[in-house]
Design a protein around this ligand. Structure first.
Ligand code: S3P
Length: 438
């Protein structure tokens, strides 16, 4: 455990650049590993989650090398060319590595085990073993359908048409990745759109993938036995990491910061919209394209916030940002109501109950409902803080970083029981935060 007390302090001022997007970084490594030839990646997130993906791809035969800060070179094995790893694949804390790689392994003649940490070993895997089982792979999971889990992949697998029962980009991607090495056409139907990095990037790598809108549903089709061409990928900054700094600058009086190079893919940018609805001043400077994704520098200025009812339809486009939105809501004037967030209960922790407990412990007024939190804000008065108690982060990086931000808008500071999980997605978070408040 590495505890730390986050204290209120100076206004946040200056310019920062957050690390590369986690979702895009995982996919950049995976698709490069399946291309024929050498790809280069810049701006890769070098967090533990992405490093777990890199190690697994190496264990299955791809050459994956770091050539400089955020700079990587990958020599791919070609679709269908992954090899049997010699030992279990250790996924650490990373749900994305687990679910996407299980998709890949499922359509190869590979039998292997997936293991992970205590948090990952509680997370549901039935949502991917169901469709991947329909494609012909076999699974032996731990009781409850969790890791440790053994996969027996099959080649050739059977193409399926799968309608997502939960709004999950990981499930969508697992099926499409299995479809890459499956003869015929694999189809995924999304009743609710989720992040579309897999579709954008696979198209960029030359896969035959097309998307149609049908009765308000997105229908994604992929022709299997694809040949992927190596690419040069520049990974944009992660909006989910930028989120902590957006909220910190909005709630700490006197703050004004610029966060450079933030990815603003519409399937990811829900938080910016919601914070603006709450009165947050967030300006987009120099909108441009990086690696096929819209990007801008965000200028964020301290603003009085007001409580709102958050449209549940926005949930998938800000699913990882709710913990820190809850912190913003504690500082707003009036009530913020969130709903439709059942998925938050199966993230790295149960984020509804973890944030309700953490913020209540810091003096906020929170009602926990089955599918969301209701927060009565203070109108800008700082939280009391938690002088005598430690916030439990439950091995969840986003709870740790959200409560760090809560510490900045508290009187007594907020003690986080363990900051180590932050390294899974944002290794230099504390250094950037400390630098802005100097
Ligand atoms: C991710 C999808 C989301 C998100 C996760 C990354 C991805 O998970 O929470 O951090 O890269 O596809 P779900 O698919 O479970 O919603």
């Amino acid at each position: 455990m590495r505890p730390r007390r986050f204290m209120p302090g100076n206004p946040l001022r200056g310019r920062i650049r957050v690390p590369g997007d986690k979702s895009i970084s995982h996919r950049a490594l995976m698709f490069s590993a399946l291309a024929v030839g050498e790809s280069t990646i810049t701006g890769l997130l070098e967090g533990e989650d992405v490093l777990a993906t890199a190690a697994a791809l190496r264990a299955m035969g791809a050459q994956v090398e770091r050539t400089g800060e955020g700079a990587w070179r990958v020599r791919g094995v070609g679709v269908g060319g992954l090899l049997q790893p010699e030992s279990a694949l250790d996924m650490g804390n990373s749900g994305t590595s687990t679910r996407l790689l299980m998709g890949l392994v499922s359509s190869h003649a590979i039998t292997t085990s997936f293991v992970g940490d205590a948090s990952l070993s509680k997370r549901p895997m039935g949502r991917i073993t169901d469709p991947l089982g329909q494609m012909g792979a076999e699974f032996t999971a731990s009781p409850g359908g969790t890791l440790p889990l053994m996969v027996r992949g099959i080649s050739p697998a059977v193409p399926i048409t799968y309608r997502l029962p939960v709004a999950s980009a990981q499930v969508k991607s697992a099926v499409l990745l299995a479809g890459l090495n499956t003869p015929g056409i694999t189809t995924v139907i999304e009743p609710v759109p989720t992040r579309d990095h897999t579709e954008r990037m696979l198209t960029g790598f030359g896969a035959d993938l097309w998307v149609e809108e049908n009765n308000d549903e997105r229908v994604i089709r992929l022709r299997g036995e694809a040949e992927l061409n190596p690419q040069q990928i520049d990974v944009p900054g992660d909006p989910s990491s930028a989120a902590f700094f957006m909220v910190a600058a909005l709630v700490v009086p006197g703050s004004e910061i610029v966060i450079e190079n933030v990815g603003l893919n519409p399937t990811r940018a829900g938080l910016v919209e919601v914070l603006r609805q709450m009165g947050g001043q967030i300006e987009e400077l120099d909108r441009r394209d990086v690696g096929g994704e819209p990007v801008a520098d965000l200028k964020v200025t301290h603003s009085p916030l007001k409580g709102i009812e958050v449209d549940p339809a926005l949930a998938p486009s800000m699913i990882d940002e709710f913990p820190v939105l809850f912190v913003a809501a504690t500082q707003a004037e009036g009530r913020t109501v969130t709903s439709g967030l059942d998925e938050l209960r199966v993230k790295e922790s149960d984020r509804l109950s973890a944030m309700a407990a953490a913020l209540t412990g810091a003096g906020a007024r929170i009602e926990e409902r089955e599918d969301g939190l209701v927060i009565d804000g203070s109108g800008g008065d700082f939280l009391r803080g938690s002088a005598n108690s430690r916030t439990k982060t439950h091995l969840d990086h986003r709870i740790a970083m959200s409560m760090a931000v809560a510490g900045l808008c508290s009187q007594d500071g907020v003690e986080v029981d363990d900051t180590r999980p932050i390294a899974t997605s944002f290794p230099n978070f504390e250094a950037l935060l400390d630098g802005l408040a100097e």
